[in-house]
Design a binder for this molecule. Structure first.
Ligand code: PLP
Length: 455
């Protein structure tokens, strides 16, 4: 174990944390030193246990220090840690491609590797652009995306995201894309109910395609779940209708399954609930169980063929990342897929999903400030509001969600908020006992924050 003396002080002196106001870290809320992890638990340097109910930014799929993945990683490290992926290949990448082929929506047959979610989004955007160019559609140069969408934080990915928080500052640097109003099932402007909805909101997309379809090269969406927007969930029929629109206007559909892939929404991939195959799909996060950075852009035969030509035609996709196809990451991904299959993880998670949602309704349903409890797979989100009847949000300066996050962390639960929304997105193999424990802490913390708010 490294010397833990002055860990936090030295961190604050030198390290710039992601998405953070460092002044707040320094003056109010220093980082928590974590020294080990096991299952859904993290151990801190001062001996406390914290339940990681958000799977460390949604990537930890099968618990921390999972025995099977650790074993695969260690064995791989003794065999081949990395090799250039240009003109070289290796058994672990090929085996991973074989395995992906078995579980992906039918038709996604070619895999281009990268090392993080944002870079795979960049890659998919460039592929779509070049595809249109090389298939004679040179006017198709614009991207469409959904409002409130999030696809990462590099410039291209930010440009197809619609979250002001991340994008505002960088607008002058960004591409001019078409932002289509996304479904808002909690505050539905059409007055629809989640259960009976016939997706009238698709009209917005229809209108946008009718006006701009000829110049659109691709539409990128987070299928079924707009995670960073606050776990906003929309019906599979909307996604299916988007697929039809793309077909009608010769627009490629990019499904960003970085957050939703590998069982998070109840099926292996969210697209499968809509029965669709996108032209391009991006994967990352859970693919290695949270062990190694890795991403994959999956493409159809049709897309792949548009790049396949004699060298002199200059149609190759000239894009590379140093860690493409990293063997350590491939071995972790293979171990993840093995465990998912061997231990029937999705089936068990789906039994727990129904149970967990019932527990959420029991525990949080009666709070005056709970506007909605929504769920998809094991993901359960609670949106807190100032007025339940009008769904009026809390004044943002009150930072209710952030206060809840701090209180829960103090009580041993990592319940990272998105504005005034809190959620569980646990490892798929979490035990009910641990979910119960997490619920207990969440309820206790919520009561404290809301009561202090009321007085
Ligand atoms: C849907 C989606 N796309 C892309 C990304 C970006 O991935 P990364 O953080 O690995 O760049 C994220 C990250 O949360 C995401 O949720």
């Amino acid at each position: 174990m490294k010397n833990l003396n002055n860990l936090v002080e030295d961190d604050l002196r030198m390290i710039w944390h992601p998405a953070a106001q460092m002044k707040e870290y320094n003056e109010d809320f220093p980082p928590v030193p974590v020294v080990s992890g096991h299952g859904c638990y993290l151990q801190t340097a001062d001996g406390r246990e914290i339940i990681d109910i958000v799977s460390s930014w949604w990537c930890n799929l099968l618990g921390h220090c999972n025995a099977d993945i650790t074993e695969a990683l260690c064995a791989q490290a003794h065999t081949l840690e990395h090799v250039i992926f240009a003109n070289m290949t290796h058994p672990w990448a090929v085996e991973l491609a074989r395995e992906l082929l078995k579980i992906l929506p039918r038709g996604l047959t070619h895999f281009n590797f990268g090392d993080n979610g944002s870079s795979s989004v960049e890659m998919a955007l460039k592929m779509a652009f070049q595809y249109q160019y090389q298939t004679g559609n040179r006017r198709k140069i614009k991207f469409a995306c959904l409002s409130e969408g999030y696809h990462g934080e590099t410039i291209g990915a930010l440009s197809v995201g619609s979250m002001d928080l991340y994008a505002r500052m960088f607008r002058p640097m960004m591409m001019n894309n078409l932002h289509i109003e996304a479904p808002d099932c909690f505050r539905c402007p059409y007055g629809c109910d989640r259960c009976t909805c016939s997706v009238p909101c698709i009209e917005k997309a229809r209108k946008a395609f009718a006006e701009h379809g000829e110049e659109l090269c691709a539409l990128i969406v987070e299928p079924l779940l707009q995670g960073a927007a606050g776990m906003r969930m929309y019906p599979a029929s909307y996604l299916k209708a988007l697929r039809q629109l793309c077909d009608e206007y010769g627009v490629l559909l990019i499904a960003d399954e970085i957050a939703t892939g590998f069982g998070r929404t109840g099926t292996m991939f969210a697209c499968q609930q809509a029965g669709i195959t996108p032209d391009l799909m991006t994967l990352s996060k859970a693919i290695t169980g949270g062990y190694m950075p890795m991403s994959v852009v999956c493409a159809t035969e049709n897309v792949y063929r548009a790049f396949y030509a004699d060298y002199k035609e200059g149609k190759a996709f000239v894009h590379s990342h140093t860690y493409a196809g990293n063997p350590l990451a491939c071995s972790c991904a293979l171990a993840v897929l093995k465990v998912l299959r061997r231990d029937h993880i999705l089936e068990k998670a789906s039994e727990n999903a129904t149970w967990l949602n019932d527990r959420f309704v029991d525990e949080f349903g009666n709070f005056a400030e709970v506007g909605e409890i929504r769920h998809l797979g094991l993901i359960n989100a609670v949106e807190l509001v100032a007025d339940k009847n009008t769904k009026k949000p809390f004044e943002s300066g009150l930072r209710i969600g952030y206060k809840l996050y701090k209180e829960a962390l103090h009580n041993g639960l990592l319940l990272r908020n998105i504005g005034d929304i809190f959620y569980f997105n646990p490892p798929l193999n979490i035990e009910r006992e641990d979910l119960d424990k997490a619920l207990g802490i969440a309820v206790k913390s919520l009561k404290k924050i809301l009561w202090s708010q009321r007085v």
